[in-house]
Design a protein around this ligand. Structure first.
Ligand code: ZN
Length: 158
């Protein structure tokens, strides 16, 4: 099992990279200085948006390349990172939460006149908007990533 501190540092450096629009992660600057830099940025919605994306980048990467144990350590690092940037700010949590697919609520299969299913309708689990399944898996109202669980109902198959 990995050490959360390693991942904490990755969150900090990735956030800094996104905020400064750099192509490359700054690996030269000591962590303490990076922390001061992060704390020094204006904590507006852009800042939290970038931090949310940074968290998603690092977590995706860890999950794909290092697996479950590392992912748990990374979550430890994430909570450390959240306290650095002020974890009670809802902007940050919202952006990050919406990257994780949530099941659509009150899901209904809509059938055509011949009784064949052709689409699904349901409610966004985050904002409660009434949705029809289109090509996009994101709620067009709040940006929530949605899980329509198509396998279960087999819309459009056969
Ligand atoms: Zn929504």
């Amino acid at each position: 099992m990995g050490c959360p501190d390693i991942y904490y540092e990755r969150f900090v450096r990735e956030a800094d990279r996104l905020i400064t629009y750099s192509w490359n992660t700054d690996k030269v600057t000591p962590l303490e200085e990076m922390e001061q830099r992060i704390s020094g940025y204006k904590h507006n919605s852009d800042f939290y948006f970038n931090c949310g994306i940074a968290a998603a980048h690092v977590l995706d990467n860890v999950q794909e390349e290092e697996g479950g144990d590392a992912f748990n350590a990374a979550l430890g690092g994430l909570s450390e990172f959240e306290s650095l940037i002020g974890n009670d700010d809802e902007d940050f949590c919202e952006v990050y939460d919406k990257q994780i697919a949530k099941p659509v609520e009150d899901k209904k299969v809509i059938k055509d006149l011949n009784g064949n299913p052709y689409t699904m309708e349901g409610t966004c689990p985050t904002c409660g908007a009434y949705l029809t399944m289109h090509g996009s898996y994101y709620c067009s109202w709040c940006g929530q990533y949605l899980d329509w669980d198509i396998k279960e109902t087999d819309v459009g198959d056969e």
